[in-house]
Design a protein around this ligand. Structure first.
Ligand code: 73E
Length: 827
């Protein structure tokens, strides 16, 4: 046999520049329509155009993808692996076209066939493989790693059904399945050659030879295959293309033929159904632990597959795993992949024969852990019985890690209560494995996502571990990608800024600072305001189409969009709307500033109070919008099915951004950053990244109210109740009374009794405590809005000063301080 000839892949070296002129693009689009889609262009439907354009863009990406992969392999640079249960990606076509700078040329090419690029882009389904902020952060980080030249790979789960679709029926949330893959997904490539076996259950065999440490062999009872699907992530200007690798579960035996042949047709498929169930659906609970076995299976499944893949790649390029931590950084996005710590130890000790201490050194040097919440109900802890049954060897390893940590703490003089706080095993609640503690001790760096949150980590949940490992906790404030959240979603503002300060901010968004002095330029203020008005009109059109509600684009657009949660306090916002409604009716002669209150967001299906808040928002909207006595002075809108694509329309259209969580509870927030970058003023508490936004935009340009984190903690200790506040605050009392007497739901007047009694009885979320301060701040904003020059100047300063909140900055900080990787850190 002759030797295999060496074949150069087409784009492996410097990509041969493809022609990017409209003529070439137009020709290639028709070529794809004909030969890949098999449609005559004259018969093409709109989805065919989407597919043809995607394929033309994809070819250009593949060239660059090969080149990037090749360059990274040859450089032998340290790689970064971002492990996340969630990647809330949204649509990819616009991102790709923007980052390859093909927007104008493709628009022009499509015009020749009478097709609008914007229409085509809107047909793409959202990839909703995440719940909210944590998942969207992972998506922004993927884009920023590609844009800043960090050789990063994202690992996650290819859910068949992403985050549910929300409909509102008679005011209440209804959840419907989401089916993003039904028409196929042109962005993903199945990689059958990257398939791994993942085990569950079974037993551990221990071999003891005299004078040697015992050897453990895990014999799983069940095996499932993890199959890789790769999606390219295009960085800014297409200079680097990284990979998002998502795992799909498949049965080892697709059908049990013996069972089938003996007539048990259902039983023959039981195994494959059970295997495929692992990656069938995303858990829709944000900031709440889903305690089911399937969730633990999901966590282990994608962690184990990712580690096997990382180790295989490493051993393909290195002689051993000795230098793993020099060549590999693995970031754990919250505790969802924390079982990786035990799994890597198992692979090193049981499979690759490392001595325990050496394995632990490698493991700790490899992992970093990001914490995203301190809410007790969100901290993951698994019943020992379940853990032991599903992952018996990993459970043994966790016990051994725990013994080592406890020994270290005792040697340093920690007392019993400190040690039980540090322990990886919670003995108090029916014995559970604490995943936060496991992630913490198994990582060399642990980070919070805003300055305040990081300080609270040190003082609360991780207080004792912080005492034991003083240098481990650090802060990495979140950021958002300016490509999606400014350039793509707000082309009007991007164009205006480019004209005014030049295109430098496109490469370095902190250069937006150059626009700061323009706050004093009346002509610029007018143009800035005109862009905002056009964006508001666009949102008003969407609302009119979907909900048949007409809005005045000259009213204040006051917007709160995010997951519905008690701590985020949509309830406070609704109560304020009711109080305002009452005041407008009581004083029609006053000079009220017209206001539109817009809400959107999903509630976890099992979160009763959050669903009641959605119901209330819709009930209140119905009553206020149909009351002629408030005319156009107040409207309330709840937009169903909030998702990334809707956010892209909403963020540029806000005058006022509501960031009003109970202080100390929102770890960071990222919607707050998207709004302010697009020139909204923020009304908010001193919580999460709002604190740093205040420092950057300056106290004259942000509207802070309410209790601070330490004051909230203090009041909670004092078991403060809302009753006395309600009784002495007429505005609040009337609003709460209106809710509890059924003004907004005459058909079922008791509907909100539980919600209201929670205000009277404990006011846990400080809604009553913060009401007056919130009301006063809102009225101050009403007045300010009438002085448009002042308002627009503040809005401009927000845009100009928000550059620091780019996820490029976050990623550079992770690369320098935690991963020791990326440009400037060539290994
Ligand atoms: O404050 C946000 C933060 O901006 C935080 O609530 C959110 O993460 C964002 C990004 O850092 C978050 N999500 C979750 N925990 N924190 C979570 C928990 C369990 C399941 C899914 C998501």
């Amino acid at each position: 046999m002759s030797a295999t000839p060496k074949i150069e892949p087409m784009g492996a070296k410097v990509p041969e520049p493809r022609q990017n002129d409209p003529d070439t693009l137009a020709r290639q689009i028709v070529e794809k329509m004909t030969y890949s889609i098999c449609k005559h262009p004259e018969q093409a439907r709109k989805y065919d155009w989407l597919r043809a354009v995607t394929l033309v863009v994809r070819d250009r990406i593949i060239d660059r993808w090969f080149a990037s992969t090749d360059r990274i392999r040859q450089s032998k640079d340290k790689r970064v692996y971002y492990l996340s249960m969630e990647f809330l990606i949204g649509r990819l076509l616009r991102d790709a076209i923007n980052n390859l700078q093909l927007t104008g040329a493709i628009r022009e090419a499509l015009k020749r066939y009478n097709v609008e690029l914007d229409m085509v882009e809107l047909l793409e389904p959202d990839a909703a493989l995440g719940n909210g902020g944590l998942g969207r952060l992972a998506a922004c980080f993927m884009e920023s790693m590609a844009s800043t030249g960090v050789p990063g790979v994202g690992y996650g789960i290819r859910y068949v059904h992403g985050f549910f679709r929300q409909e509102i029926a008679e005011g209440a949330q209804v959840e419907l399945p989401e089916t993003w893959l039904v028409h196929g997904n042109p962005w993903e490539f199945e990689r059958r050659d990257s398939t791994y076996e993942i085990g569950f259950g079974g037993k551990v065999l221990t071999q003891q030879e005299p004078g040697k440490p015992p050897r453990h062999v895990w014999r799983p009872a069940e095996r499932v295959l993890a199959v890789a699907y790769d999606t390219p992530i295009v960085g800014w200007r297409g200079e680097q293309v990284n990979t998002l690798r998502l795992w799909s579960a498949q049965a080892v035996d697709p059908i049990l033929l013996d069972a089938f042949n003996s007539g048990d047709h259902i039983g023959a498929l039981v195994e494959s159904n059970k295997a495929e169930a692992i990656t069938r659906v995303l858990y829709p609970a944000d900031s709440h632990q889903a305690g089911q076995e399937l969730r633990l299976r999901q966590e282990y499944f994608f962690s184990a597959a990712s580690l096997q893949d990382i180790i295989r790649r490493h051993l393909g390029e290195n002689d051993s795993l000795d230098n793993l931590a020099d060549k590999v950084a693995i970031q754990l996005n919250d505790t969802h992949p924390a079982v990786s710590v035990a799994e890597l130890m198992r692979l090193l000790v049981d499979v690759h024969g490392y001595e325990w201490g050496k394995a632990w050194e490698i493991t700790r040097a490899t992992f970093g852990y990001t914490n995203h919440t301190l809410l007790p109900e969100a901290l993951e802890h698994w019943p020992i019985n379940l853990f032991e049954r599903l992952l018996p060897r990993q459970m043994q390893i966790i016990y051994q890690i725990n013994a080592d940590v406890i020994r270290e703490a005792s040697q340093k003089g920690f007392d019993g209560s400190q040690i039980s706080a540090i322990s990886l095993i919670d003995e108090g609640h029916g014995r559970r494995v604490r995943m936060g503690q496991l992630a913490f001790v198994g990582s060399h760096a642990v980070n919070g996502v805003s300055a305040l949150h990081t300080e609270l980590m040190k003082e609360t949940v991780f207080r004792n571990l912080h005492d034991l490992y003083r240098d481990r906790i650090q802060n990495k404030t979140n950021g958002v990608t300016p490509r999606r959240w400014l350039m793509e979603s707000n082309p009007g503002l991007t164009g205006l800024l480019t004209e005014a300060i030049g295109p430098g901010f496109l490469d370095d968004v902190e250069k937006l600072r150059d626009a700061d002095p323009l706050a004093g330029d009346a002509g610029f203020r007018d143009r800035f305001a005109a862009v905002k008005r056009a964006n508001k009109a666009r949102l008003a059109d969407v609302i009119s189409d979907r909900l048949a509600i007409t809005l005045d684009p000259d009213a204040i657009f006051d917007i709160q969009v995010k997951r519905i949660h008690e701590y985020k306090r949509q309830f406070l916002n609704i109560i304020e709307a009711i109080a305002l409604y009452n005041q407008i009716r009581a004083h029609p002669e006053k000079d009220w500033t017209p206001r539109v209150k817009i809400f959107a967001g999903k509630a976890a299906p099992s979160y009763v109070q959050a669903k009641e808040i959605i119901h209330l928002a819709n009930d209140v909207a119905r009553v206020i919008n149909s009351d002629p006595s408030v005319r156009d002075l107040l409207k309330v809108v709840f937009i169903p099915n909030y998702n990334v694509s809707l956010a892209e329309i909403i963020m540029p259209a806000a005058d006022l951004s509501e960031q009003i969580s109970t202080a100390g509870l929102e770890a960071s927030g990222t919607g707050n950053m998207k709004f302010a970058l697009n020139g909204a003023l923020t009304i908010g508490t001193l919580d999460g990244a709002n604190v740093e936004m205040l420092e950057h935009v300056g106290e004259d340009n942000i509207f802070i109210f309410g209790l601070k984190a330490d004051e909230v903690a203090q009041r909670r200790r004092e078991t403060h109740s809302g009753r006395s506040i309600i009784e002495r605050t007429p505005l609040l009392r009337e609003a709460v009374n209106a809710i509890s007497t059924g003004v907004f739901c005459p058909e079922s007047p008791a509907r909100y009794h539980t919600l209201v009694s929670s205000l009277y009885n404990n006011d846990w979320w400080m809604i009553c405590a913060d009401f007056e301060a919130y009301w006063e701040t809102q009225r101050h904003l009403d007045e300010l809005f009438l002085r448009q020059d002042e308002w627009q100047a503040k809005a401009i300063r927000n845009t100009a000063r928000m550059g620091w909140f780019s996820s490029d900055r976050s990623i550079r900080e992770y690369a320098t301080d935690i991963w020791h990787a990326g440009p400037g850190k060539r290994a």
